[in-house]
Design a protein around this ligand. Structure first.
Ligand code: PAF
Length: 277
C-alpha cells in the first residue's frame, strides 16, 4: 500500500488505474471505516482512502484541534482492510493560498445538523467535491451513521452532475449498540458503556412502530423515555423524518422513514439513526 500527500502525486499514481473505489475519511479509522474499504475492495480494482481532517466543516467552538489523529494506526487498518492507496493531504494542499470558492448547500443540508452546526455541510460539500474531482472514482463509499451527510452528498453529485456513484453502507456498532465513531475515543470505558442509551432509545422507538404504533409522537415518546433515564445526556434532537426529504412526519405512511437523533453525552456529541423496519 502506498501513502501519498499531494494531488499531483495521487493523480500520477492513478493514471493507469481504471476501476477506482474511493473511501473519504477524517482518519482515526475503526471497524466502520474498515467495512467501507472492504465493500470498495469487493467492487473495484483499486481502492483509494483519503484521510483529511477538514477544518472548514468544524465550527469555531468545535473539536478541530483535538480531533483524534493517528496515521500509523490508520495505515495498518487500511492495509488490512484492503486499501491500495492512502491520500493524506495537508490543509495547505487542499486549501492553497488564494482558495476562494465554497459550495453553499441548501435542501437536505438545512434541517437538523444544518441548524445545529451552521456551515458544517458547506464545508463537507466543498471538500467532498474537491476529493471526488481529485480521485475520479467510479464509486465513493460513505457510512450510514451520517445519514444526513449521505443525503447532502447525493444532492451535491446530482446538482453538479458528478459521475461518481455514491454508495451508503450500514452502520457498524460496538457490542453494546453504540455506533462506531472516531469521537467515541473521547469516552472513558464506563462512559462508553453508558453510551448504549442512544441505541436503546432508537430500538424502543422502532419497537413501538413494530407493535403497530403509527403516530410519530407516540413512537418518539417510547424512545424519549429511555433517553430521559440517562442524566449525563443533553438531547439536541430526536425526530422521525421522511428518509428522502428529511422532513419531520406526523403519521407514518407508505414511504421510507428514519429516526434521527443527536445528543451530547458527557459532553461528547453523538449522532445516530435507524430505520423502522
Ligand atoms: O464523514 C466524514 O468523515 C467527513 O465528513 C468526510 C465525508 C470525510 C468529509 O470531510
Amino acid at each position: 500500500m502506498q501513502v501519498v500527500h499531494t494531488v499531483s502525486g495521487l493523480r500520477q499514481m492513478l493514471g493507469q488505474h481504471h476501476s477506482v473505489g474511493f473511501v473519504p475519511t477524517m482518519g482515526f479509522l475503526h471497524q466502520g471505516h474498515a467495512s467501507l474499504i472492504q465493500q470498495a475492495r469487493a467492487q473495484h480494482q483499486t481502492v483509494v482512502l483519503s484521510i483529511f481532517v477538514n477544518p472548514t466543516q468544524f465550527g469555531p467552538n468545535e473539536d478541530f484541534e483535538k480531533y483524534p489523529r493517528n496515521l500509523e494506526a490508520d495505515i495498518r487498518i487500511a492495509e488490512e482492510a484492503g486499501a491500495d492507496i492512502i491520500f493524506a493531504p495537508s490543509v495547505r494542499e487542499m486549501y492553497p493560498e488564494g482558495f476562494a470558492t465554497n459550495i453553499d448547500v441548501q435542501g437536505a443540508a438545512l434541517p437538523l445538523e444544518g441548524e445545529k452546526r451552521p456551515g458544517h455541510f458547506n464545508g463537507v460539500a466543498t471538500v467532498v467535491l474537491k476529493l471526488l474531482n481529485i480521485v475520479g472514482a467510479e464509486a465513493a463509499y460513505f457510512g450510514e451513521k451520517d445519514f444526513q451527510q449521505v443525503a447532502v452528498i447525493r444532492q451535491l453529485v446530482r446538482d453538479f452532475n458528478h459521475p461518481t456513484r455514491i454508495v451508503s453502507c450500514p452502520t457498524v456498532r460496538e457490542p453494546n449498540g453504540l455506533a462506531m465513531s472516531s469521537r467515541n475515543s473521547y469516552f472513558s470505558p464506563e462512559q462508553k458503556q453508558r453510551a448504549d442509551v442512544i441505541y436503546r432509545a432508537l430500538m424502543a422507538a422502532r419497537d413501538a412502530y413494530q407493535q403497530g404504533e403509527r403516530r410519530s409522537e407516540a413512537i418518539l415518546q417510547a424512545g424519549r423515555v429511555v433517553l430521559e433515564g440517562e442524566e449525563a445526556l443533553n438531547l439536541e434532537y430526536f425526530t422521525l423524518v421522511d428518509a428522502a426529504t428529511l422532513q419531520h412526519v406526523e403519521v407514518i405512511g407508505d414511504s421510507d422513514h428514519r429516526l434521527l437523533v443527536a445528543a451530547r453525552l458527557f459532553n461528547v456529541r453523538l449522532i445516530d439513526n435507524m430505520g423502522l423496519v
